[in-house]
Design a protein around this ligand. Structure first.
Ligand SMILES: CC(C)(COP(=O)(O)OP(=O)(O)OC[C@H]1O[C@@H](n2cnc3c(N)ncnc32)[C@H](O)[C@@H]1OP(=O)(O)O)[C@@H](O)C(=O)NCCC(=O)NCCS
Length: 174
C-alpha cells in the first residue's frame, strides 16, 4: 500500500487528552479480542486517562512522540528512563515503553517513520541500547521490531488486570 504523508513531533502537556484517547483506543484495538473484558478494564483504568497522560507528559524521564498522518493523529511512542531487565546487557539502556499505530494506519509506513524518529530520540538522549517488551502472542509487533533491527533477548512477566502474561524482551544496539 502507498506510504502516507507522516510527520512526527514531540508531545506537550496540552496533548494529554488526545494521547489518553489514542492510547486507550489503540490498546483496545490491539488486545481486546484476545483478553478478558475485566482484565482489559482494570488495565485501561490504571493506564489511560487525562490525569495519567498529563503526569507522563510532565515527567522528564519520559519522551513521547506523536505521529500525524494526513494531519490526523495516527500513532505514538514513549521512551522511558529506568533500569533494564538482566537479559538486556547493552550499554546505557532506555526502554521503548509504548509503541502504537492506529489500525487504520497500520501497513502504511507510519510505524517505520515513527520508529526511525524514536530511535533518533533515544540516541539524542544518550542511550546506547533500546529495549522493549512485547506480548509473546503479538506476532505482528515482533515481526515489525525484528524488521527494525531488534533482537530477542529473553522474557519478562506482564500483568494485565489479574492475568499474568509472558512478554518477549527485545533489544537494539544503537
Ligand atoms: C506493531 C505495529 C506498530 C507495526 O506497525 P505496522 O504498520 O503494522 O507494521 P508492518 O505492516 O510493517 O508489519 C510488520 C510485519 O508484521 C508481519 N505481519 C503483517 N500482518 C500480520 C499479521 N496479521 N499477523 C502476523 N504478522 C503480520 C509482516 O511480516 C510485516 O512485515 P512485512 O509486511 O514487511 O513482511 C502496529 O501493527 C501496531 O501498532 N499494532 C498494534 C499495537 C501493538 O501491538 N503495539 C506494540 C505493543 S508492544
Amino acid at each position: 500500500m502507498a506510504e502516507r504523508l507522516t510527520t512526527i513531533r514531540r508531545a506537550v502537556p496540552g496533548d494529554a487528552a488526545v494521547l489518553a484517547e489514542l492510547g486507550a483506543r489503540t490498546f483496545r484495538e490491539a488486545f481486546e479480542a484476545d483478553n478478558k473484558p475485566e482484565d482489559m478494564a482494570l488495565y485501561l483504568a490504571s493506564s489511560y486517562g487525562p490525569d495519567h497522560q498529563t503526569a507522563e507528559l510532565r515527567n522528564a524521564g519520559i519522551v513521547t512522540l506523536l505521529a500525524e498522518a494526513e494531519s490526523r493523529l495516527a500513532g505514538y511512542s514513549q521512551l522511558r528512563d529506568g533500569p533494564a531487565p538482566d537479559c538486556v546487557d547493552g550499554p546505557r539502556p532506555i526502554e521503548l515503553w509504548r509503541f502504537y499505530v492506529g489500525r487504520a494506519w497500520q501497513g502504511h509506513g507510519v510505524a517505520q517513520r515513527l520508529m526511525a524518529a524514536t530511535i533518533e530520540a533515544a540516541g539524542a538522549r544518550g542511550a546506547g541500547t533500546v529495549w522493549l517488551s512485547v506480548w509473546e502472542r503479538n506476532l505482528r509487533a515482533q515481526a515489525f521490531y525484528r524488521k527494525s533491527g531488534f533482537e530477542d533477548r529473553g522474557e519478562k512477566a506482564f500483568i494485565l488486570g489479574n492475568d499474568r502474561q509472558t512478554d518477549r524482551v527485545m533489544a537494539l544496539a544503537l
